[in-house]
Design a binder for this molecule. Structure first.
Ligand code: ATP
Ligand code: MG
Length: 420
């Protein structure tokens, strides 16, 4: 038997309503904040991620699904959404669009070759937004507030928002030097990844999952102390405006995010809910002022976040929040013989084209089994069609919840149901 690839999942018909509910809500909220959808291909040139995400990240080093196509091009299934959006922005010269800034969102499967565990898949769906073309603490606050609005709109309460500033490139240079001085003498006590990071991207040592409890991580110099005046002021304005709209947060000086192109504001949302697995990060995001130019684009800056629907579902589960089950069908037609089944199959065709959802039994089961089927399909109304009904044209329209029924004419069924 052929099995589903490791780290992937089927969203079964009994559960897909949850996904649809979430997707609809996300589309709605995006509209509220005036973000428009952008759809980019499922795969891109490998080089886009190597340059745009960065050679020192886990994504590029370990997690990419890379392949050669028949034309010998190196392509990669997209592991994240920001680099593709920025590629499209540059390619379509969106800096010249009449509507500014560019505010877009995406909702698409991402692919990463990761060790399977709860909340970690090899294919997962990310919802993310990007605001490109403006550098102002107020847009950073808009992005963060939209993120918190999303989670709260589903009723989640046990959430923690962490923010930090990783400063501009100048601040980072000084900080990286301080980190190298701090870690270098004892770097052989750290994992092999960190021993590479000290040369390629020392800040990422702070983000290491293996060495997170090492004493030197706790005593590491704080980015905040290395922020220049401009970066400090930017950060203060972000915080002040989050305060002004009542969004609670905690500053986490070790929050650096895994990707190389981030500057200034970085943030993460974690679930505090009991029963949430080991992985509690729901979302990550931040400002990327260097990315567009790194990809040969214009001198524009951006900010965004990405969350996965899989982890959102886990958070809902951990807080015992249920997604409302969709309503069933409007009408189920039970039939007593072959002739009635044929008539019913024509009738549902007409009713469906009028927007009435309905179904019949094609398995030619007994009436009792059909009634059970109607119930399982959540039918609001049922009728029974047999010899008598066909000859008189009268049927009993039964309301399933109250059990009440009344005699109606077959040809008024459509108008009646439309009214209800
Ligand atoms: P992590 O530390 O959990 O590996 P990350 O830093 O790799 O996260 P990002 O690249 O920032 O994550 O992706 C943004 C969000 O996407 C994460 O906060 C998480 O909600 C989700 N996510 C990342 N990887 C996966 C995965 N393999 N399966 C499901 N969701 C994921
Ligand atoms: Mg990861």
């Amino acid at each position: 038997m052929i099995q589903i690839p490791r780290g992937t999942q089927d969203i079964l018909p009994k559960d897909s309503y949850k996904w649809q509910f979430i997707e609809e809500r996300l589309n709605e909220i995006a509209k509220n904040y005036n973000y428009k959808e952008i759809r980019t291909p499922a795969f891109e040139s490998t080089e886009l991620f190597v340059r745009g995400v960065g050679g020192s990240t886990d994504i590029v080093n370990k997690e990419m699904y890379t392949f050669q196509d028949k034309g010998d091009r190196s392509l990669t299934l997209k592991p994240e959404g920001t680099a593709p959006v920025v590629r499209s922005y540059i390619e379509n010269k969106m800096q010249h669009d009449v509507v500014q800034p560019t505010k877009v969102y995406y909702m698409a499967p991402m692919f990463r070759y990761e060790r399977k565990q709860k909340g970690r898949y090899r294919q997962f769906v990310q919802f993310g937004i990007e605001a490109i073309g403006v550098e102002d603490p107020l847009i950073d606050v808009e992005v963060i507030s939209m993120l918190m609005h999303i989670y709260k709109s589903f009723g989640l309460k046990d959430l923690k928002l962490y923010i930090n500033s990783i400063g501009d490139q100048h601040s980072r240079a000084a900080y990286n030097e301080a980190l190298v001085n701090h870690f270098k003498p004892s770097i052989d006590e750290f994992c092999s990844d960190c021993q590479t990071r000290i040369d390629t991207n020392p800040m990422r040592i702070l983000d290491c999952k293996k060495d997170r409890d090492h004493e030197l991580i706790k005593t590491a110099p704080r980015m905040y102390d290395y922020l220049n005046e401009e970066s400090k002021q930017y950060f203060e304005e972000v915080k002040a405006n989050l305060d002004a709209i009542g969004i609670g947060y905690e500053v986490d000086y070790n929050l650096v995010r895994g990707l190389d192109y981030y500057t200034h504001t970085a943030f993460e949302v974690m679930s505090d809910a009991e029963g949430f697995g080991a992985i509690t990060t729901l979302c990550g995001g931040g400002r990327y002022n260097g990315l567009l130019e790194m990809l040969d684009g214009p001198h524009e800056t951006g900010i965004g976040f990405a969350l996965s629907i899989e982890r959102l579902l886990l958070a809902l589960e951990a807080e015992n929040i249920e997604i409302p089950e969709p309503e069933g069908i409007d009408l189920y037609i039970c039939t007593l013989d072959a002739q009635a089944t044929e008539k019913a199959s024509h009738l549902i065709h007409t009713l469906r084209t009028k927007g009435i959802s309905c179904d019949i039994d094609y398995k030619r089961r007994k009436l009792k089994a059909q009634m059970k089927d109607a119930d399982r399909k959540g039918a609001a109304y049922t009728i029974v069609l047999g010899e008598e009904e066909l000859s008189t044209g009268n049927v009993e329209l039964k309301h399933m919840e109250t059990g009440e029924s009344k005699t109606v004419q077959l040809d008024e069924l459509e108008t009646l149901l439309e009214e209800k």
